[in-house]
Design a protein around this ligand. Structure first.
Ligand SMILES: [Zn+2]
Ligand SMILES: [Zn+2]
Length: 142
């Protein structure tokens, strides 16, 4: 039930941000809530959590709008290999393969978390956040 509650609260967040509640939006959010790793646009309709029919263009548009509203974060640099995850889930930094675009969660404590307080103090900015991606070549691509 916790996952359903998460999807519900995301749907409310989307409604507040002016997005219409549709079955496809709900299905996309459900996939993102249940995904243990960031997913690609191609992964979304393949997930068992995606229980509706939606064409790739619809999924693409929905994810773009979720990204613009900062509900979803995009990871990776090829548009073909872009991965998506929810921002409200636990903070992670990522490791991206620059050849195949594979994205892995960085398995170490966030290396720059301590800088946020210092940057906030020195700049006067509130709500400091960061996105950190390391690029390299995965074992399969070496
Ligand atoms: Zn690779
Ligand atoms: Zn971090």
């Amino acid at each position: 039930m916790a996952k359903d509650n998460t999807t519900e609260s995301l749907l409310r967040q989307c409604a507040d941000a002016g997005m219409r509640r549709t079955a496809a939006l709900e299905a996309c959010l459900r996939v993102l809530v249940e995904a243990p790793q960031p997913v690609t646009l191609q992964d979304i309709p393949k997930s068992p959590a995606f229980k509706v029919n939606a064409d790739p263009a619809t999924i693409y548009r929905l994810i773009q709008r979720l990204e613009e509203r900062r509900i979803v974060r995009r990871i990776g640099f090829h548009s073909r290999a872009a991965h998506y995850c929810l921002r409200q889930q636990h903070h992670h930094d990522y490791l991206v393969c620059r050849d195949c675009g594979t994205v892995e969660v960085l398995d170490i404590a966030c290396p720059v978390a301590h800088l946020e307080k210092q940057i906030s103090t020195e700049s006067g900015f509130a709500d400091i956040d960061h996105e950190l991606e390391f690029y390299g070549r995965c074992a399969a691509c070496q």
